[in-house]
Design a protein around this ligand. Sequence first.
Ligand SMILES: *Cc1c(COP(=O)(O)O)cnc(C)c1O
Length: 226
Amino acid sequence: MTIRDNLQTIGGRIRAAEQRYGREPGSVRLLAVSKKHPAAAIREALASGQTLFGESYAQELVEKANELAGSNIEWHFIGPIQSNKTHLIAETARWVHSVDRLKIAQRLSAQKPADAPDLNLCLQVNISGESSKSGVQPEALAELAEQVAELPGLRLRGLMAIPAPEDDFALQRAVFAQVRTLQEVLIARGFALDTLSMGMTDDMEAAIAEGATLVRIGTAIFGSRQ
Ligand SMILES: *Cc1c(COP(=O)(O)O)cnc(C)c1O
């Protein structure tokens, strides 16, 4: 299977899930997660029409962005963020999905180049409790959203979540439904949010059923990482 074939297969899965769960056709975007894969693999995906790419390591993001300068890639940063790397992300990415504390948002706000468009942010929510250290606790989400929304140069777009792996479809849906509910609460408080970044290779359909607008897919496009 080539990267082109894989992109077609994933595109078919997304369209089928949109139809099956009553989502508007085209309402779910595909983020190709290219971490640990070479620029050549990204070029192959680009040649197949894929333009959204996600990276998890700041240094790797910058290296690939330099290597692929001049292409029409929209870079998304989706990994844990160290505060001494925020400038690399602010200078390179159009989207950051993994903001989970104010200090990081403040640094991104201060370091985004003045002539670049607003940096799109999602707040990462810690939805499966103890399984991950990343993500803001649901109880602290609204306060963080209020603080982040005040910062110049940033545009708060929605929420991101990485639930613990779970095979059962109904249980996958239940967790994604919690994320959707958190988003709805924020919208009811007046936040103009339009993005739910949730769903990976193994739980994409459940995420789409619960309102994902962007799914993050790596392995099913590029194969396994070393
Ligand atoms: C690596 C990664 C993905 C992609 O995972 P796959 O299992 O390869 O599809 C999605 N989201 C985040 C945050 C990741 O770090």
